[in-house]
Design a protein around this ligand. Structure first.
Ligand SMILES: NC(=O)C1=CN([C@@H]2O[C@H](COP(=O)(O)OP(=O)(O)OC[C@H]3O[C@@H](n4cnc5c(N)ncnc54)[C@H](OP(=O)(O)O)[C@@H]3O)[C@@H](O)[C@H]2O)C=CC1
Ligand SMILES: O=C(O)[C@@H]1CCC=N1
Length: 272
């Protein structure tokens, strides 16, 4: 990793997403001395992580210019409060990298002018190095900076590059928010098992192991999910009976399409 005290990396907002990435970076062995966390309200878990690795922390952004990356990971609704406090730390040697849903490049330009800026959309599996992050760099972002972004984000999972800012909202609806859909599906599978008569604890164990196992199988085999589904589905068997319900007109596909569209719509609203 190319970060150092001379080329620092500052994380503004170590909440759910920033904290997940930070945990992933620590597990990956990134030099804690190159990182500064700026967040006035640390959770006990993140406080313990900082202490364990000796990571620097400040409640507010120091005035010194950051000739490296400032990763902005605060809520979109906080931007107007937080960004003015970063202005004195930015010049043309600073790269602003935002993980915020909705918040457009023009919002950063309003505060920082035309400095190198990139938006990205990670997801919380970054915490276990199984995230996927889509990145949209503005034209000001140099190849060297793209390389640094790649190093940083690939340390916590896959990285894909976007050629249009509009795509970020769509990515948000699929993979940014997506882990929550999978967790919710796991909850519903557990509840369905309980409703069918299984003890709650056993239903939960079965649901979690099934979702993790199916995910790992998709990951390791690299096989098309439709093929993996067919492999489970014996003709006229139990899975076919269940899939008749899940794949019906009132099944998962129309609901998922509606859910992703709702997330995309909300991302556009957050742009303000
Ligand atoms: N959660 C997710 O799965 C994903 C989130 N994102 C994006 O990541 C961003 C953060 O979301 P998330 O992590 O969920 O939200 P959190 O609220 O968990 O994290 C934001 C963090 O910023 C802190 N904070 C508040 N004010 C300041 C300040 N002035 N300076 C620095 N830090 C401050 C918050 O403290 P406090 O909590 O005390 O207010 C909190 O620790 C959002 O823009 C979101 O769109 C993107 C992809 C996935
Ligand atoms: O719910 C949100 O707005 C954020 C963005 C993607 C995931 N969490």
């Amino acid at each position: 990793m190319t970060f150092s005290k001379e080329r620092p990396f500052v994380l503004v907002g170590a909440g759910k997403m920033g904290g997940a990435m930070l945990s992933g970076w620590m597990a990956e062995g990134i030099d804690p001395a190159s990182i500064l966390i700026v967040d006035p309200f640390l959770s006990p878990e993140i406080g313990a992580l900082l202490k364990k690795h000796g990571i620097g922390h400040a409640a507010q952004m120091p005035d010194d210019v950051v000739s490296g990356i400032i990763l902005v990971a605060v809520k979109p609704q906080m931007m107007d409060d937080v960004l003015p406090g970063l202005v004195s730390a930015c010049d043309a040697s600073t790269l602003i990298l935002s993980v915020a849903a909705g918040t457009p490049v023009r919002k950063f330009q309003k505060f920082f002018g035309d400095i190198p800026t990139a938006r990205c959309m990670p997801n919380t599996p970054a915490m276990v190095k199984r995230g996927i992050t889509a990145v949209y760099p503005t034209e000001k972002v140099t190849d060297e900076q793209k390389n640094t972004i790649s190093q940083l984000l690939s340390a916590v999972g896959k990285v894909v590059w976007l050629d249009s800012e509009d795509q970020i909202d769509l990515v948000t609806g699929v993979s940014g928010s997506g882990p929550a859909y999978v967790f919710y599906m796991t909850e519903t599978l557990k509840e369905a098992g309980t409703a069918a008569g299984l003890p709650e604890e056993l239903a939960e164990q079965l649901a979690i192991a099934t979702v993790c196992g199916a995910g790992e199988l998709m990951h390791q085999s690299g096989e098309d999910p439709a093929i993996l589904r067919k492999n489970v589905t014996s003709p006229n068997g139990t899975t076919a009976a269940a899939l008749d319900v899940l794949m019906s007109e009132r099944g998962i596909q129309p609901i998922m399409t509606e859910a992703v569209a709702a997330a995309v719509k909300r991302a556009k609203e957050l742009a303000g």
